[in-house]
Design a protein around this ligand. Structure first.
Ligand code: FPP
Length: 225
């Protein structure tokens, strides 16, 4: 497997079960992300995309939105050295322009400083699959609107066209929805759903997800001979 994508769901419920504020669930979620990144590298996976903040998440309380932005900002600042020394290339996919100019600057700097990494961590921020398709269509319209469009042309206008499509998409916390995540890119992805809440996602859960994936026969619309 080359690319794993994860809908990191259940942070709020994890916190609630402990009588803690929602943001402490997100903090535990960031720790789970670090663990899983490590497992991915051991498993030889080269791309990890995580859904950290959707276009819909702006509707959450002001306190939660600003808490998540602060967490992200702290994460980028405190992990920069570690990401660089571990060869992790940090990317953001989503409507970056929706983010504060301060965060946009921090993202641009971290993306630049980690450019040489051979493992990609793509964080979906202010991301929506429909928004991505609409944004790509608008970008395309600016360039070559006269010419008929192919799927490959269209892909080149997505947020990260160089990242291969995800092989497996994991969603935690028992929700059986794809929630507008990687709409275009998931056309042939396998899905794995687990009841485990994201902050509790550990090595055993990771191994279970990979074992389930490895048993599947991927035809990508064709037939295996
Ligand atoms: C969904 O759980 C989770 C989110 C909306 C945020 C995910 C963000 C992180 C894990 C932060 C770490 C990311 C980085 C890059 C530092 P929920 O709040 O919807 O949970 P609930 O459904 O139980 O309420």
């Amino acid at each position: 497997m080359e690319h794993l994508a994860i809908i990191m769901d259940g942070n709020g419920r994890w916190a609630k079960a402990r009588n803690k504020p929602r943001i402490s669930g997100h903090r535990a979620g960031a720790e789970a992300l670090d663990r899983v990144m490590h497992y991915c590298r051991e498993a030889g996976i080269r791309y990890l995309t995580v859904y950290a903040f959707s276009t819909e998440n702006w509707k959450r309380s002001k306190a939660e939105v600003s808490g998540l932005m602060k967490l992200l900002s702290n994460y980028m600042r405190s992990k920069e050295k570690e990401l660089v020394s571990n060869g992790v290339r940090f990317r953001v996919v989503g409507r970056k322009a929706d983010l504060s100019t301060k965060i946009q600057r921090e993202i641009a700097a971290l993306e630049e400083h980690t450019r040489g990494g051979d493992f990609t961590l793509a964080v979906a921020l202010s991301y929506g699959g429909r928004a991505e398709i609409v944004d790509a269509a608008n970008e395309w319209r600016k360039t070559n609107p006269g010419k008929p469009l192919t799927e490959e042309d269209f892909r080149s206008f997505l947020y990260a066209p160089d990242i291969p499509d995800p092989d497996l998409i994991v969603r935690t916390s028992g929700e059986l929805r794809t929630s507008n995540f990687l709409l275009w890119e998931s056309a042939y992805s396998e899905y794995y759903f687990t009841d485990v809440l994201w902050p509790d996602f550990d090595r055993a859960e990771f191994d279970k997800a990979l074992a389930s994936y490895s048993k599947r026969e991927r035809r990508m619309g064709g037939r295996l001979k």
